[in-house]
Design a binder for this molecule. Structure first.
Ligand SMILES: C[S@@+](CC[C@H](N)C(=O)[O-])C[C@H]1O[C@@H](n2cnc3c(N)ncnc32)[C@H](O)[C@@H]1O
Length: 279
């Protein structure tokens, strides 16, 4: 089942997006260079886990949809848990994570698995992190139920997503430039798990102990910088000649839009939930 109109939940699209490290690396780099406000997400995740966990060094920690291992590395470094499980469906992402996560006296196990069916026993993990990946599920509630199943009594889930209106200013730019006139009507990539619904998705399954939202602000230096980001997102229906070619996108943008800085925002939402706390 996929979410109607949301390609971010389509299994073929998702596996295509993450079959190589390069697209995610280019996207992260473009956003990182543009970021002018907002804490480093991996550090916030590790701090939240540390704040809600009594003895992290005893813990088994799972990082679902670990991607290139950014949060896995910070969790290993900050918590030094007994064991870290880096879990992803993509072999390429697991290889990238393995290359980035140094050994911080933590045994790291890389597991290729779908977060809808975790190959873990009941009540095995003290912490489960799911950052920027629940929106790849057409219905994240069974994933949250899977997280609840593998958490020990008192164990915590740290769930992270972004707002449905993230980077909306770029939709307007793309539509104004005429390279995708329907861009502003296209559904959010984060439609199934976003800042506005994550609490409602989680609360019936796991009692929530902490929620915070933080606005991240981005200032793209100019149209070349915007194009470097646009070439990495599947949201737009660009002409095939420019689809993943930043130079072609930049040339097309410049023909219709005055070059200069472009501002965008995204709200990051952190939900901490604990298994066993009274609802
Ligand atoms: C945007 S990346 C997030 C990476 C990382 N968590 C972070 O915060 O940087 C999303 C990751 O979720 C993974 N993913 C998507 N669907 C998944 C599924 N059903 N089960 C496990 N991982 C999945 C993708 O392969 C990708 O590596």
């Amino acid at each position: 089942m996929t979410s109607p109109g949301n390609i971010f939940t389509h299994p073929d699209t998702v596996s295509g997006l993450y079959e190589e490290e390069s697209r995610l690396a280019a996207r992260t780099s473009a956003l990182h260079q543009a970021k002018i406000q907002g804490r480093a997400v991996a550090e916030v995740i590790a701090d939240l886990a540390a704040d809600h966990l009594a003895e992290p060094w005893q813990a088994i920690v799972a990082d679902l949809g670990c991607g290139r291992g950014t949060s896995s590395r910070t969790l290993a470094e900050r918590l030094r848990p007994r064991r870290l499980l880096a879990i992803d469906t993509s072999q390429a992402m697991l290889a990238a994570a393995r290359a980035r996560v140094a050994d911080y006296s933590t045994k790291v196990t890389y597991i290729r698995a779908d977060f809808h069916r975790l190959p873990l026993g009941d009540a095995t993990c003290a912490v489960v992190v799911a950052a920027f990946c629940l929106y790849h599920s057409p219905d994240p509630r069974p994933v949250i139920a899977e997280i609840a199943r593998v958490l020990v009594e008192g164990g915590i889930a740290v769930l992270v997503t972004k707002s449905a209106d993230s980077y909306q200013a770029l939709d307007h730019l793309v539509a104004t430039a005429g390279i995708d006139v329907g861009a502003t009507r296209r559904p959010s990539l984060y439609g199934t798990a976003h800042s506005g619904n994550l609490v409602a998705l989680t609360a019936p399954i796991l009692p929530i102990v902490h929620v915070e939202h933080e606005e991240h602000r981005f200032a793209f230096a100019g149209l070349d910088h915007v194009a470097a980001y646009l070439a990495t997102t599947p949201k737009y229906e660009l002409p095939p000649v420019m689809a993943t070619d930043p130079d072609a996108i930049a040339t097309a943008l410049r023909s219709r839009v005055i070059d200069g800085p472009v501002a965008a925002t995204s709200t990051i939402t952190y939900v901490v939930a604990r298994r066993g706390d009274a609802p």
